[in-house]
Design a binder for this molecule. Structure first.
Ligand SMILES: Cc1ncc(COP(=O)(O)O)c(C=O)c1O
Length: 386
């Protein structure tokens, strides 16, 4: 009965409006590591903050409510959240994973999880036949990002999770680029959804955080075990920053999308300098149909390939309003060259294989006036002509 926007603003407060005796409208930062037992034999919900902290519990309950999930967990980073999800697997397990994943996840898989004896096969998750063919008797999960990075192609959560269910394996999604405002992946069939809340959910470039949700009781228990045993929890001060960011998620994303449209219209006029623009709905293939059917909006990240006569380094160095920085999904616009920055963790051959060239630019469109962003890009183009 409660609308999505109301859930953004009220979170857990919907069931428990007054968190404490003061009537404070915001959940307090419970800066306490330990909690007094009322009675040695009593049932104490809170005993130690690694296990449960009321501020973190608020955020975890809220992300679960936003994703239509039973369980939510908050971690110290998106990477810690991804690691916690992988701890549910054991040596000898096999996971089918998308070819185009965040560089840090690629590093975690190749330089750490493979050494623990977990096997991986990388596939193009937009190619459903390739996904199904990669499943082996020891396969336990399929892992991908709905919108891949940096080429913004969309994988069908519905189709991949149907394959996964047929083979009795889990579907795990990193939905950082979309958030539950633009896609509720559990409702489309996913079993586990991960977010780097550092991006749109936090939204202000002031907190590193990760979230995980699931409806699966056993998986929920395993992730809680990992959270408590490994201890990669999100601190209460950081929980508050994510909670505050979430309150304006839909308003911000609506504006990110509007601004991205204006910037796209401008980039479309730059055909003499731009080889190709990558944004959901523009792939000219099945990815567009999936985007239309499964996403409620395409977000604020645009990737484009500069023609050879444009000096890509000079182009990004020349931006004055738009920050030259990694990350995305924040109020300020950020520009970067994936080859040298976000995807530098990928070996050169990997970058070449997937088409990440030194001429590729990724722009996270922020909330500034779009005319100012366009003027900034225009003057950068003028300076970057070779
Ligand atoms: C899609 C995606 N997943 C996960 C991460 C890792 O998140 P964090 O930086 O919060 O550890 C990132 C970071 O850029 C990302 O873009």
């Amino acid at each position: 009965m409660t609308g999505f926007n109301t859930k953004l603003v009220f979170g857990k407060g919907l069931n428990n409006l007054h968190d404490n005796d003061t009537g404070a409208v915001n959940v307090p930062i419970y800066q306490s590591t330990t909690y007094a037992f009322k009675d040695i034999d009593g049932d104490n919900k809170y005993d130690y903050s690694r296990s449960l902290n009321p501020t973190r519990e608020y955020l975890e309950t809220q992300i679960a409510a936003l994703e239509d999930a039973k369980y939510g967990y908050a971690f110290a980073s998106g990477s810690a959240a991804i690691h916690a999800v992988f701890t549910i697997f054991r040596p000898g397990d096999h996971i089918v994973v998308s070819k185009n994943i965040y560089g840090g996840t690629f590093r975690l898989i190749n330089d750490y999880l493979k050494q623990l004896g977990i096997e991986f096969t990388q596939v193009d998750t937009q190619n459903l036949a390739e996904v199904e063919a990669a499943i082996k008797p020891n396969t336990k999960a399929i892992y991908f990002e709905t919108i891949d990075n940096p080429f913004m192609k969309v994988t069908s959560v519905k189709a991949v999770s149907e394959i996964a269910k047929r083979h009795n394996v889990l579907t795990i999604i990193d939905n950082t680029f979309l958030t539950p405002y633009l896609q509720k992946a559990l409702n489309l069939g996913a079993d586990i959804v991960i977010h780097s809340a550092t991006k749109y959910l936090g939204g202000h470039s002031d907190v590193i955080a990760g979230l995980v949700v699931t409806n699966n009781d056993e998986v929920g228990e395993q992730i809680y075990f990992s959270q408590n045993a490994v201890g990669g929890i999100l601190a209460p001060e950081d929980c508050i920053l994510v909670i505050r960011g979430i309150k304006t998620l839909s308003v911000r994303l609506d504006r990110h999308i509007q601004n991205a449209q204006k910037v796209l219209e401008y980039l479309d006029t730059k055909g003499s300098d731009i080889e190709k623009i990558y944004y959901p709905g523009r792939a000219g293939n099945a990815s567009d149909e999936v985007a239309k059917k499964e996403l409620n909006g395409y977000g604020g990240v645009i990737t484009f390939q500069l023609k050879d006569h444009v000096d890509a380094k000079k182009f990004v160095n020349s931006c004055q309003l738009i920050w030259l920085a990694v990350s995305l999904g924040s109020v300020e616009s950020l520009i970067e060259l994936p080859y040298f920055m976000t995807h530098a963790e990928l070996p050169v051959e990997e970058r070449q294989k997937v088409g990440i060239t030194p001429q590729l630019v990724r722009l996270s469109v922020g909330l500034e006036d779009p005319e100012d962003l366009i003027a900034d890009l225009e003057q950068a183009f003028v300076k970057a002509e070779k």
